[in-house]
Each structure stands twice: as structure tokens, then as C-alpha cells.
Ligand binder design. Structure first.
Ligand code: ADP
Ligand code: GLC
Length: 487
């Protein structure tokens, strides 16, 4: 039984800003079921601790240059038997707001210090130096916030194996050279073969250079990031490391996302009882104060309102909404400009469009259950979870052919419809015209309810379960372990 330390900056239901949180609880739960001895390690954000019933201090660490102790607290991930270790240093983590930004959405000025402290504490736990009497075989790091862990471990005589998962290459943890010096990191790490990226400190490079294995959250994104279009200047490095780079698609946590049991939704349903889904449509149309009308195609969007998600394409579609027999509902938060534009358009088109700006877990489930189709015109998408939830909820995804969206949705065309394989509507270019054409295609398919129901059922029958992906992660852990054994 492998011992895995899963280092992450978010985990549902403790703290969440996006899909990383979903993965960071669902994957460890699936790995535990497959008999891995897994512990999650997370910064002790005030918000996350609120959701833990019993918490105890299990270690105190002294980190050079830091006044006072860093505490390691231990609790359980709610509704599971998984231990969560929290790295507590109150000046760094006891504050309101989200893990990365203050209430106004500005990055915390001391993010480099906060996550470097986190990485140093993870390294101490990884090396079994804090008195927990638990030596992990593999450290599974996720995104830039954990990037320094493989770099620091590379300086040790003996160490566990490391896997670095890229959930999103757009976020790299870049800071000035002065920050590198202020953090007191070993000078040997300041090199373009280490943490330096165009005279800046790059946290993510720690993972990309030093981890024994690297993976992304879909096979297609693993290929895309080796190109200039998606690589953010890191494509050369990723190509260089391609023998250690793979893609594993995310899964669905069926306990949380299942239309037959979901406690958040108005009426339960499954692929045999699709008429019950339409009650959820009435419910969500009413919740968004739109006319209740079963005949109108109801599109939904849930997500961070950032460029990645193609919000500009949605805004452009909205300017033509009066010419289309559709309604659109949006739930999200993010860039203030997008938020303001959406709110203005909601006032302009009250019978066809409404939005809720903010984060609302219950509403997200209700949209998945109530909408006919879900828009995901992302410009890039490492995996994407909402389209997987949509497939499961019989809510047909309309997606741009990129990253995990391309890997998980099968376009409805003559061939796939004839073979009963179609699960969604896929468009090739991230342009206003291509999205409009995709919506028009969706309207036509929706008009033929017999075909539409087939597409819904195909989606509901497609299987993106975590067990399958967790088995691939176990394989990857073994590969990482084998490469350390050779050092
Ligand atoms: P990303 O991680 O890039 O944000 P994903 O599709 O992988 O995108 O995951 C997003 C997750 O966050 C999903 O579980 C989605 O339901 C949730 N989510 C995003 N925005 C909101 C919101 N405003 N309210 C509730 N849930 C949200
Ligand atoms: C990132 C990506 C998203 C992915 C999620 C979980 O936030 O943007 O595509 O699904 O991580 O892996």
C-alpha cells in the first residue's frame, strides 16, 4: 500500500475557488478506496478550518528565518476517512478572503511568502522530520502553489518520489528576483535550469523541472502545452520533459454530482425519467426570474468570469439574443468588467437573460439540473468539470474543441448521431461566429426532441468516474517511484 502525501491549495468542501478543489477531494477519496494510505496537506486558511469538527495539533516546526512555530494541525476531510494536515502560521493564513486574493480580488501582496512557507512545511512533512512517524512514498503536488516542493526535495540526499499535476499552466506563481532573495531559497535554485524564468522567480518551474513525473488533467492539454499557443513560454521545457509528461482526465464525484440523489436540486431524475428533469427547468427559470417556457432552449453557464472561459464570446452572443429562440442564465464571479457588462445586459434583455454574480454551490447544481444545454466556450481548458457534470445531468454541453473539452465531448453530427455516440455540440474556432453557429445547431437539434433525448441519454451514459483515473494515477506513482529508485 503506497503512502501518498497530496499537497494542494484547495479541497472541497473545505475551501474552493474552482475545479482544483473538486479534484483534491474526489481523487484522494478514490485513491483511498483503492487502498492507498493518503493524506492531504493544505494551508490552514481560517475559512477551511471552520468546516472541520475535530482538530488537533500534531507537530510544531521551526523553519529558519521565521519567528515562532509553524503548527501542523490534523483533522478529517468531511464525509470521509481521510486525514488532512493543515499548515498553520497565523500571519500567513488566518485572514478573510479567498486563498489567493483579498475581498477586492487583488492578489495578497505576500503570496510568495505564504506559499513558500507552505512548501517548506510540506517538505519537512515529506521528509518525516516533524515527528509524525509517517514517511510518504510519493508527494503529489498540484499547481504553482506547491511548485517549490519538488525543487526543495531535489536538494535532499534521499527523498520520496514526486508527481506534479498541472491543473492550469496560465497560473505560474511569478515574482521578482528580489522576492527569491527575500525568501532565502538556496542560491543554487536561481538558474534557468531551476526556478528562474526570464529573470523572475517561477514557482511552477519547481514542479516542471524537478518532479519525477508531470501530468496534466487531460491528454489533449498535455499535448497543447508543448506548443507556443498554450505553453506560455514553457513549451520548450515541457517538450524537453515530454517523456515524463502525461495526461489523465478528471472524473466525477458521483456522491456529490448525481441527478438521482443530489440534495440541492428541485426534483431527482435519471436517464429513464427525463420528464422529471423538466421540473428543474421550470424551477430555475423562475429562480432567474425568466418566463417559464419549456419550449425555449435554456442555456446555462457556470464558472469563473475570466478570459480563459470565453466570457467575451458569451457577451457577443448576448448582443444577438433577441434574434434567437433561447434563454441564457449565468452564474459566476471574477473580472469586474465582465461582471458589470453581464449585469447591464440582464437589465436590457429581462425576458431572455439573467445572471447571478457570486459563488453559489446550490445554484450551480440547480443550473446543471435545470438548463437544457451548458455553454463552455473556453479559449483553453485543461480539463473542465462542468461539462462532465452536464453530461451526467443530461444537460447537453456546447464546447470549444480544446483541451479536456475536446477529450470528453463528442460532437453531434450525422455519423455520431447514427452511431448513437453524440454527447454534445463541439465548435472548432473560439470566435463569435463559430459560437453563434453552434448555438443555431443546438436550436435545430433541440427542435427534434427525439434526437435531443438521445443526445441527453448518451451523455448520461458516458462514464467519467474517478476510479478509472485514480488507477492511472497509481500507475504514475509507480513510475515516479521507479525513477527515484534509479537515482
Ligand atoms: P476551473 O477549475 O477552471 O474554474 P472547472 O470546470 O474545472 O473550472 O471547475 C469549476 C468548478 O467550480 C465546478 O465545480 C463549478 O461548479 C464550480 N464553480 C465555478 N464557479 C462557480 C460559482 N460562481 N458558483 C458555484 N460554483 C462554481
Ligand atoms: C483548472 C482548470 C480546469 C480543471 C481544473 C481541475 O482550474 O482550469 O480545466 O478542470 O483545474 O483539474
Amino acid at each position: 500500500m503506497s503512502k501518498i502525501l497530496f499537497a494542494t491549495s484547495e479541497a472541497h468542501p473545505l475551501i474552493k475557488t474552482g475545479g482544483l478543489a473538486d479534484v483534491s477531494s474526489a481523487l484522494p477519496i478514490a485513491l483511498k478506496t483503492l487502498r492507498c494510505d493518503i493524506r492531504i496537506i493544505l494551508p490552514a486558511y481560517a475559512e477551511a478550518l471552520k468546516n472541520i469538527k475535530r482538530l488537533k495539533t500534531v507537530a510544531n516546526i521551526i523553519l529558519p528565518g521565521l519567528p515562532g512555530y509553524v503548527e501542523i494541525l490534523q483533522g478529517k476531510l468531511p464525509n470521509s476517512n481521510i486525514k488532512v494536515l493543515f499548515v498553520q502560521y497565523e500571519p500567513a493564513f488566518k485572514r478573510p478572503g479567498n486563498p489567493y486574493t483579498d475581498a477586492q480580488g487583488n492578489p495578497w501582496a505576500d503570496n510568495a511568502e505564504r506559499f513558500s512557507l507552505f512548501c517548506r512545511a510540506v517538505t519537512e512533512v515529506a521528509q518525516n522530520r516533524v515527528g509524525l512517524n509517517w514517511q510518504p512514498d510519493v508527494i503529489h503536488c498540484n499547481d504553482w502553489q506547491t511548485g517549490l516542493v519538488p525543487a526543495l526535495l531535489s536538494l535532499e540526499q534521499t527523498r520520496p518520489a514526486t508527481l506534479f499535476t498541472i491543473h492550469n499552466l496560465a497560473y505560474q506563481g511569478l515574482f521578482p528576483h528580489a522576492t527569491f532573495q527575500a525568501l532565502g531559497l538556496p542560491p543554487s535554485l536561481w538558474s534557468h535550469n531551476a526556478l528562474e524564468f526570464h529573470q523572475q522567480l517561477s514557482f511552477i518551474k519547481g514542479g516542471l523541472i524537478f518532479a519525477d513525473q508531470i501530468n496534466t488533467v487531460s491528454p489533449r492539454y498535455a499535448e497543447e502545452i508543448k506548443t507556443a499557443e498554450f505553453g506560455y513560454g514553457l513549451e520548450g521545457l515541457l517538450k524537453h520533459r515530454q517523456s515524463a509528461l502525461t495526461g489523465i482526465v478528471n472524473g466525477i464525484d458521483d456522491k456529490l454530482w448525481n441527478p438521482a440523489t443530489d440534495p440541492h436540486i428541485h426534483k431527482h431524475y435519471d436517464s429513464q425519467h427525463l420528464t422529471d428533469k423538466s421540473d428543474n427547468k421550470d424551477y430555475i427559470q423562475a429562480a432567474f426570474k425568466l418566463p417559464i417556457d419549456k419550449s425555449k432552449l435554456l442555456l446555462g453557464f457556470i464558472g469563473r468570469l475570466v478570459e480563459q472561459k470565453g466570457i467575451d464570446l458569451i457577451l457577443s452572443l448576448l448582443t444577438q439574443i433577441e434574434q434567437l429562440p433561447i434563454q441564457l442564465i449565468v452564474l459566476g464571479s471574477g473580472d469586474t468588467l465582465f461582471e458589470t457588462q453581464l449585469k447591464t445586459l440582464a437589465i436590457k434583455f429581462p425576458r431572455q437573460f439573467n445572471c447571478k454574480i457570486g459563488y453559489d454551490e446550490t445554484l450551480a447544481h440547480q443550473i446543471e439540473a435545470g438548463a437544457d444545454a451548458l455553454l463552455m466556450p473556453s479559449r483553453f481548458e485543461p480539463c473542465g468539470l462542468n461539462q462532465l457534470y452536464s453530461l451526467h445531468y443530461g444537460t447537453v454541453p456546447i464546447v470549444h474543441h480544446v483541451g479536456g473539452l475536446a477529450d470528453t465531448v463528442i460532437d453531434a453530427n450525422d455519423k455520431t448521431l447514427a452511431l448513437n455516440q453524440a454527447t454534445g455540440i463541439v465548435f472548432k474556432q473560439p470566435t463569435n461566429t463559430a459560437l453563434l453557429m453552434a448555438v443555431n445547431r443546438t436550436i435545430a437539434l433541440f427542435a427534434n426532441q427525439h434526437t435531443w433525448k438521445k443526445i441527453m441519454r448518451n451523455g448520461m451514459n458516458s462514464r467519467f468516474n474517478w476510479r478509472k483515473s485514480a488507477l492511472q494515477y497509481i500507475k504514475l506513482y509507480k513510475t515516479a517511484l521507479a525513477s527515484v529508485a534509479k537515482i
